[in-house]
Design a protein around this ligand. Structure first.
Ligand code: ZN
Length: 302
């Protein structure tokens, strides 16, 4: 009798272990990608070590955008911070990633789904520099951001094409847009190209066709392995010529529940035809690309 009970207990314990393990492993998925550069022939480097990595984290902020970058030497950058209703979540995210200060903040453009959470972030954290394009918005959200910037004694630096950001010695951060002034807020979006070794990211805010055209005409090298799809996958962005120039292997769409029909099927088809693998915050939660300069380790929340 005692033995039978003991066996049953063992079986129950085994089941509990299995369930716990399954839950742990299905909770997040991880993918290792070799971008097959000439230098990556040394297969001993197939796994990315925890140090010397550039982490680009596409935070799940619902219908909005926010990217947290952590450099190989630990410098931090926050690009946008989702909507006003995500303020607490933003602060929680930063705490979760162990961020205690932000070397750079970039508000890509004044729309609420991008700058909404920035005021609270600025209130809570030490900030090195803040960049925003030269365009105003007549909204409470924008006013509130300006107030936080003033209270902190920060001075906004103008986001414009041609700027090289001094952020980490090993990572090149160049502003590709806005190339020229536009009355349209989306087309004033600051666009960053981030390059680390052989790996690269193009982070586009809500830049639309007008800005894409200007970027193409500027003659800058737009090619990148990872593209943040412009304007949440709207039809007004990711024109074919632009996509062909960037030629990304991976694309991230920062999108949540919305009434705009984002992302548009037409854009998903275009990305698929281009051979680009798509990641989406609404389907996969927070998405992280960690680069050692040659490989990407891609982690999704679900
Ligand atoms: Zn937006």
């Amino acid at each position: 009798m005692i033995r039978r009970n003991w066996l049953r207990t063992q079986r129950v314990l085994l089941w509990i272990c299995l369930v716990v393990l399954c839950t742990l492993f299905s909770g997040c998925s991880l993918e290792l990608v070799d971008i097959s550069t000439q230098e990556s022939k040394d297969s001993s480097s197939s796994s990315i070590t925890s140090q010397n990595r550039l982490r680009v984290i596409f935070l799940d902020v619902g219908q909005g955008a926010s990217q947290l970058l952590i450099s190989p030497s630990g410098s931090t950058m926050l690009i946008d911070a989702g909507n006003n209703d995500r303020e607490q979540q933003m602060v929680d995210y930063l705490r979760q990633y162990g961020v205690d200060h932000l070397d750079v903040i970039l508000g890509t453009h004044p729309d609420a789904d991008h700058i909404g959470g920035l005021d609270v972030v600025i209130d809570h954290y030490e900030v090195g520099a803040i960049y925003m394009p030269k365009i105003q918005a007549n909204t409470k959200t924008f006013e509130s951001l300006l107030e936080s910037i003033r209270d902190k004694g920060l001075k906004v630096k103008t986001a414009q094409a041609g700027l090289q950001l001094e952020w980490d010695d090993q990572v090149q951060v160049e502003m590709i847009a806005p190339v020229e002034y536009s009355e349209d807020s989306n087309n004033m979006s600051a666009v960053l190209k981030v390059t680390y070794g052989e790996t690269s990211f193009l982070l586009t805010g809500d830049a639309e066709r007008e800005s894409e055209k200007a970027m193409l005409a500027s003659g800058k090298d737009l090619s990148a392995d990872v593209l943040l799809v412009g304007h949440h996958g709207s039809k007004s962005s990711t024109s074919l010529t632009f996509l062909q120039q960037v030629a990304p292997k991976f694309a991230v769409i920062q999108v949540g529940e919305n009434s705009y029909g984002h992302p548009k099927q037409e854009i998903l088809n275009r990305l698929s035809k281009n051979g680009t693998q798509v990641y989406r915050n609404d389907l996969q939660g927070t998405i992280e690309f960690a680069s050692d300069g040659q490989h990407y380790e891609i982690t999704t929340e679900r």
